[in-house]
Write a protein that binds this ligand. Sequence first.
Ligand SMILES: Cc1cc2nc3c(=O)[nH]c(=O)nc-3n(C[C@H](O)[C@H](O)[C@H](O)COP(=O)(O)OP(=O)(O)OC[C@H]3O[C@@H](n4cnc5c(N)ncnc54)[C@H](O)[C@@H]3O)c2cc1C
Length: 665
Amino acid sequence: MALDSKIPKGPIADKWTNYKNHINLVNPANKRNIDVIVIGTGLAGGSAAATLAELGYNVKAFCFQDSPRRAHSIAAQGGINAAKNYQGDGDSTYRLFYDTVKGGDYRSREANVYRLAEVSANIIDQCVAQGVPFAREYGGYLDNRSFGGVLVSRTFYAAGQTGQQLLLGAYSAMNRQIGRGKITMYNRHEMLDVVIVGGKARGIIARNLVTGEIERHSAHAVVLGSGGYGNVFYLSTNAMGSNVTAAWKAHKRGAYFANPCYTQIHPTCIPVSGDHQSKLTLMSESLRNDGRIWVPKNMDDVTAIRESKLKPADLPAENRDYFLERRYPAFGNLVPRDVASRAAKERCDAGYGVNKTGEAVYLDFATAIERYGKERAHVRGLNENDAVLVKKLGQEVIKEKYGNLFQMYEKIVDQDPYETPMMIYPAVHYTMGGLWVDYNLMTNVPGLYCIGEANFSDHGANRLGASALMQGLADGYFVLPYTIGDYLSNDIRTGKIPTNTPEFDEAEKNVTDNLNHLINNNGTHSVDYFHKRLGKIMWNKCGMSRNAEDLKSAIQEISELRAEFWKDVKVPGTQNEYNEELAKAGRVADFLELGELFAKDALQREESAGGHFREEYQTEEGEALRRPKFQYVSAWEYKGEPKDAVLHKEALEYENIEVKERSYK
Ligand SMILES: Cc1cc2nc3c(=O)[nH]c(=O)nc-3n(C[C@H](O)[C@H](O)[C@H](O)COP(=O)(O)OP(=O)(O)OC[C@H]3O[C@@H](n4cnc5c(N)ncnc54)[C@H](O)[C@@H]3O)c2cc1C
């Protein structure tokens, strides 16, 4: 099948405006006759459901949590990007577009990204109007901070709880429509199949997670805003419930999956502490505005620190290697996430990791505490040379900026990050891959849309910080509500879609057979047992460093593990009750299929991209070369305009990687 991205013709800056001027519309009276199913109530699904209902469509919204408010989006900490240029530091739609494409290693779809940058400013206005309490400066203006990979401050934030506040905004907008009867909300419902009628998505099969009842729901279009699948790695910063099931079921019904192996590895997460762990915790990227990343320069100091004979705070600055500042002086600690992650791994692989497992680097706030303390002492007319006072004042500033993150760190690690540097290590955080969509955000299955983290289009091989919230809300508030109308304009005379048809019968049987198998299997091992094993294969063989040999064996191992799962998994309880293990079993079954596709995709990409090294074991002196053979960059980047584009080239040259040019459309 040839995929048509349906990108409008014309200059990139005019595409979206021209598109909106020429699409088909559905008049308000006809919208009342059209039903839309929205799976997911995170920032993407929640904003889409609220806006479609506001426009007049009848919306059925689904989430597996007990409330839309508990979608994983609530976890987002650091902020949301928008090209408002409030700081007057040279930002523009073009710069946000450019940074996002470059940040994605030139593998995102540029037309979508330009549109994203264009509507980013509207998102902030929309959210402010909803009452989202973005941080403000003393004078009342909205405040901004900086995130990795950019040279401007364009990130809007609400302390370390930006996702929560944005989600409350979307949730309020949804609630208004629930109150009007325009959204019917199905909490604790899990979509387990999509129903295709006459080649079009016309409904879903869902399971009521409280009663176990299997339900049929029809609509003229189905929108998936079901989030990312980082939990295929078992350990990730994602919410425990995040899963691939909705997207995977759509894939099995014919929707293409794009870039499944592109995973964002976030550089600042609390390191893994042992085998008992089921979750990893993010320390927001915003911390890299003030935290400096380092490891000791000398191996003796590494050993002394690991053996608790030396406190990191006592190591003199000249004996520290601030490796990001050293390698990337223009961006320093605020390089993109993939670059920071790879650099931290490189230092740890070379033996400089600072914790017992050797997989941690420091994120140190001492310099910022001193700088802020002096500034505050100066402002208040106090003694700037009083070290104790300066430290206290500086710590106050840091607490105002990042207090909740510092508290979280202390609770988990039992160390006070105001006094000793945090320990951090890269971890799985976000999945750039997802269902393939065209410019309309429609998959290759007519009437089946995909938005937010669940689709593939905007972030290429790496996502810059604060760009996922922007994409989710852009898709839901400003893009899908236009594009879906063009498709639905053909459905104004269709009438209600019946659910008593062979297509619904077949899909429901498919779901019930699956559940019956799982519940009656009576094996010997828990769902987590298999999930953990899958996670280990994924991290060790399909994680940051990849090579053909390991990827081939991962494909084999995952396939064997899947067979073992179906033979030997034990799911307690019954089907007709609230049964979390049963729900989890279905999700892990899908991860076990996705994992294989993931590894196959990684195997076929003979490149390093984003946070992934492609190692090749071609050696001259019998030694393994721990670096990628080559990396593609686009011709556009390589010509080096504007100037900051050289960052990537610098990074590649440092790693002594051959650069291949490729023009990217
Ligand atoms: C710890 C953390 C911090 C982050 N911080 C930031 C940040 O500061 N800035 C930023 O831009 N990004 C951040 N991100 C990324 C960002 O939070 C997510 O990418 C984004 O929130 C995803 O939104 P979404 O609406 O696509 O999906 P989600 O918020 O994951 O929502 C998915 C929805 O789909 C529903 N669902 C899923 N499957 C089914 C099913 N089968 N049936 C029914 N319902 C289903 C769920 O119930 C849920 O309502 C962070 C991510 C993490 C892990």
